[in-house]
Structures are given as structure tokens and as C-alpha cells.
Design a protein around this ligand. Structure first.
Ligand SMILES: C[S@@+](CC[C@H](N)C(=O)[O-])C[C@H]1O[C@@H](n2cnc3c(N)ncnc32)[C@H](O)[C@@H]1O
Length: 222
């Protein structure tokens, strides 16, 4: 599905968020920088066309890894970002080619909501992160305002899926993308879910009406 929409992905994302998606990703860069969070090596999962990755490049990590399941998304990213320290790789399941406790930060922007095997990813991310390393998740979470706020209901439920399908030329990719928000966790449920895998919530940023959030989790000391 992501191969199908790759060529128009950035354009549609910016259009439907009025470019705020760019700002939400930039805030992650700023938070890491301002809080002096260790970032020698970073992994951006579900990195797609590299919109999150390009913000992370600015942190000048020794190595920045970016992976995705879609070859087309990664090809676009390769064209977009020229940086010697960036290593791209294709994944086909949750297994990540890193040693235990070897990564400082894992980021996932608008990715994990679509993971079929999220539990397995959580275990794997926990395995590769150093203790007190960060797992930073930017995503759309379920919120009651999606059901109660009429504007939201219309905008996310009807307008955006139609525009997304129209501009991408896909029949239903954007219907799926927005339906997936309704079956995903609320942000508080998500934090609760993450604690089961050994993460603690360090900081929560509500970017838009409790729906678009950035969750800063750390791998707990044992
Ligand atoms: C909505 S895009 C987000 C891309 C990018 N992180 C951004 O901020 O724009 C979601 C990405 O997740 C990838 N993806 C979906 N399932 C995946 C999986 N199981 N493992 C790795 N990547 C996956 C898709 O191919 C797609 O590029």
C-alpha cells in the first residue's frame, strides 16, 4: 500500500496537516537537542520518504539508520537526503539487525499505527535500546474528539480520505490510514501498553487536540 502512494506521500501529508506535520517532527529534533539527549546513534523506523530522518540528520549523530518495509519510499528518501552518516535498509519483518543495548534513540513518526506485529516490534526496540535510551513516537491516536467534534469527524473521516485517494490515485489507501486511527490506542492506553514492554513515559507532547501526540518513552533500568 505504501509503495502505491509513495510518489505523492509528502505532498498529501503537508496538504492535509497544513504543513504542521513538518513542525511536529521538528519539535522532536528540538526536544532532543534542548535536553541534551544522547544521540550518537539513532534508528528511525518506518522512515518512509525520510521526513523524520531529515530532521534527525541535523543532530549530527555518528550513525543514523533509517528503515522501512516499502522499497519505493526508501528510494525517494535516498534521493532526498544526502548524508554520509545515513544508512538506509529495507525490513521485511520486525527483526532489527542491531546488537542488544546498542542504540541511543529509536524514532517512529506516523509508523507504528500501521504495524501488524506491534508487540514483536516493541520487544525488538526494547532489546536494541540502551538503558535510559529513548523511544520517541509521533502518531495519531484515537481520541473521543474524533467522534464528538463534528469538524474532526468530517475532516478526518470524509474529506481527507477522499482528497488523499484522489491525489495519490489510490482507491482506498487513505480510507485505511484514517480508519486505522479509530482502531488504535488512545495516547494514555498506548503509554500503558508500552509499560508492559519495559518503557516509562518521560514526556508527552499533545500536538493537536489530543489526537496527534509525541510520546517520549525511555527504556527502564532493570
Ligand atoms: C505514514 S508513513 C510515515 C513515514 C515517515 N516516518 C514520516 O514521518 O513521514 C508510514 C511508513 O511505515 C512503513 N511501514 C509500515 N509497516 C511497516 C513495518 N512493519 N516495518 C517497517 N515499516 C513499516 C510504511 O512503508 C511507510 O513508509
Amino acid at each position: 500500500m505504501f509503495d502505491e502512494i509513495a510518489h505523492k506521500y509528502d505532498f498529501i501529508n503537508h496538504l492535509m496537516t497544513f504543513y504542521m506535520d513538518n513542525y511536529w517532527r521538528w519539535k522532536i529534533y528540538k526536544h532532543i537537542k534542548n535536553n541534551n539527549i544522547k544521540c550518537k546513534n539513532i534508528l528511525d523506523i518506518a522512515s518512509g520518504t525520510g521526513e523524520m530522518t531529515k530532521k534527525l540528520v541535523r543532530l549530527k549523530p555518528e550513525i543514523l539508520y533509517a528503515c522501512d518495509i516499502s522499497e519505493k519510499m526508501l528510494k525517494l528518501q535516498k534521493k532526498k537526503i544526502k548524508d554520509d552518516n545515513l544508512k538506509l535498509f529495507l525490513t521485511n519483518d520486525h527483526k532489527l539487525p542491531f546488537n542488544n543495548e546498542s542504540v541511543d534513540i529509536v524514532t517512529a513518526a506516523f509508523g507504528i499505527r500501521n504495524f501488524a506485529n506491534l508487540d514483536e516490534y516493541m520487544k525488538e526496540i526494547h532489546r536494541i535500546l540502551k538503558y535510559n535510551g529513548y523511544f520517541i513516537v509521533l502518531d495519531m491516536f484515537y481520541s473521543v474528539s474524533l467522534d464528538k467534534n463534528l469538524f474532526y469527524k468530517f475532516y478526518f473521516g470524509k474529506l481527507i480520505p477522499r482528497l488523499g485517494n484522489f491525489f495519490s490515485g489510490s482507491k482506498s489507501a487513505y480510507d485505511y490510514l484514517f480508519k486505522s486511527v479509530y482502531s488504535f490506542y488512545s495516547v494514555n492506553e498506548f503509554i500503558e501498553y508500552c509499560t508492559k514492554f519495559g518503557f516509562s513515559n518521560k514526556f508527552l507532547q499533545n500536538n493537536l487536540l489530543n489526537t496527534v501526540n509525541t510520546v517520549y518513552l525511555i527504556k527502564r533500568e532493570q
